[in-house]
Design a binder for this molecule. Structure first.
Ligand code: TXA
Ligand code: MG
Length: 321
C-alpha cells in the first residue's frame, strides 16, 4: 500500500490524517463521521463551537454540502478552484453540527495540492480539516511542522512538501445578502471584487461579525516566544534597549536590515508578499525552537498586496508598538 492508499484507508476508518494543501497542512477527517470529526477537536484542543472547513474535490460536489447556491458561488468556484478560497454557504441539513459549529452555514474549499486533490477524488466525500496545529498556534507549512506540533500523538502525515501559498485561504461568505470578506488570504480581495463586480464588505461591518470563527480571533497564529511587531522607527528604541540590557532577542526584517541599525540576530524576509507568506510560519517556528526571549518583527507596508500577511501578523503578535 502506498502512502495515499494508507491515508484513504485511515480516513475511511474514521481516523485522522494530516494532508498537504497549497495554503497550510490540514488535520483531516471524514466530514460525515461524527466520531472522526470529534477526534480533530480533541487533538487540536479546539473549542467545540468553532466551525471547520469541508474540503471537496471540486464544484461538482458543492450541492452535496450547500443549498441555495448563488451565482456568485459558481463564478468564484469556476475562477479560483481548485485554490486558496473558502466559500461560506447555506448548509445542507445533513451536515454535522460539529462541522458547522451549529450554524446554518458550511465552509467549502477545493484545495489545489495534487496529492490532496487525488485523495479527495478517490475518497469520494468531504474532508473536514482545520489547520494541523494546536489551537491558537502557528499553522504548519511543512510536514515536519505537523510532527513537531503533535509529537507522539501525531497521526499519519501525507508529505506534500512545503506549501506554496503559506498562509490560510481567503474566506468569503455568500450566505447573506452581500458578500463578506471574513479572512484575507491567497486569493486577493481585488480579484474577487473584480469578478463579482461589487465591493466585499468587511466582516466587522456585517451581521456575521458576531460569528464564531477561530481564524478571526484577535489572538491566533502565535508563536510561543513573545512577538513584538511595529514599523522600523517604532521598534527601534525597544530593540536598542533590549540589546543594551543583553537580552537574547531575534529581529525579523523586511528586506535588508539597515547597516546603521542595531546589529543583533537579524533574520531578513523577502520584500515581496507572496514570497514572505511562503516563509513566515516556518521562520516563526524556527525561532521558537531557539532560546530567544522575544522576537521583534518589522511590519510590512499597509498596502493591498500585503493584506493577508498583515492580518496574520496582527493576530500572531503579543504586542504592537
Ligand atoms: O487554508 C485553509 O483554509 C486551511 C487549509 C487546511 O484548508 N484551513 C484552515 O482551517 O485554515 P482553520 O480551521 O484553521 O480555519 C478555518 C476558518 C476558521 O476561522 C473557521 O472558524 C472558519 O474558517 N469557518 C469554517 N466554517 C465556517 C462557517 N460555516 N462560517 C464561518 N466561518 C467558518
Ligand atoms: Mg487554524
Amino acid at each position: 500500500m502506498n502512502e495515499l492508499e494508507l491515508a484513504l484507508a485511515r480516513l475511511r476508518a474514521g481516523e485522522l490524517v494530516a494532508i498537504p494543501t497549497e495554503t497550510v497542512y490540514g488535520l483531516a477527517a471524514d466530514a460525515a463521521n461524527l466520531d472522526a470529526v470529534a477526534r480533530i477537536f480533541a487533538l487540536k484542543g479546539r473549542p467545540a463551537d468553532h466551525p471547520v472547513i469541508v474540503h471537496i474535490a471540486g464544484s461538482a460536489q458543492l450541492p452535496q454540502w450547500a443549498r441555495d447556491i448563488p451565482d456568485s458561488a459558481w463564478k468564484l468556484a469556476e475562477a479560483f478552484w481548485p485554490g486558496p478560497l473558502t466559500l461560506i454557504l447555506k448548509r445542507q441539513p445533513h451536515v454535522l453540527d460539529a462541522v458547522t459549529g451549529g450554524q446554518d452555514t458550511v465552509g467549502l474549499r477545493a484545495p489545489a495540492h495534487p496529492l490532496t486533490h487525488e485523495l479527495l477524488v478517490r475518497f469520494d466525500g468531504g474532508l473536514a480539516a482545520p489547520s494541523a496545529n494546536r489551537f491558537g498556534h502557528v499553522s504548519p507549512t511543512r510536514a515536519h511542522h505537523v510532527r513537531d506540533e503533535f509529537g507522539a500523538e501525531c497521526p499519519l502525515v501525507l508529505d506534500g512538501g512545503p506549501c506554496d501559498v503559506g498562509v490560510e485561504s481567503t474566506i468569503v461568505s455568500l450566505a447573506g445578502e452581500h458578500p463578506v470578506l471574513l479572512r484575507p488570504g491567497g486569493v486577493t480581495r481585488e480579484a474577487i471584487e473584480a469578478l463579482l463586480n461589487t465591493p466585499l464588505l468587511h466582516h466587522q461591518d456585517s451581521a456575521s461579525a458576531k460569528m464564531r470563527a477561530s481564524g478571526l480571533l484577535d489572538s491566533h497564529y502565535s508563536p510561543r516566544t513573545p512577538l513584538v511587531t511595529g514599523e522600523y522607527a517604532n521598534i527601534l528604541p525597544a530593540i536598542e534597549q533590549a540589546l543594551a540590557a543583553g537580552e537574547p532577542i531575534a529581529i525579523i526584517s523586511i528586506g535588508t536590515w539597515p547597516a546603521h541599525g542595531p546589529q543583533g540576530d537579524v533574520y531578513p524576509m523577502p520584500d515581496n508578499p507572496e514570497q514572505y507568506a511562503r516563509l513566515i510560519y516556518d521562520k516563526l517556528r524556527q525561532l521558537d525552537k531557539q532560546t530567544y526571549s522575544r522576537i521583534f518583527l518589522q511590519l510590512p507596508p499597509i498596502t493591498p498586496g500585503w493584506l493577508a500577511v498583515n492580518d496574520r501578523l496582527r493576530r500572531a503578535a503579543h504586542s504592537r508598538i
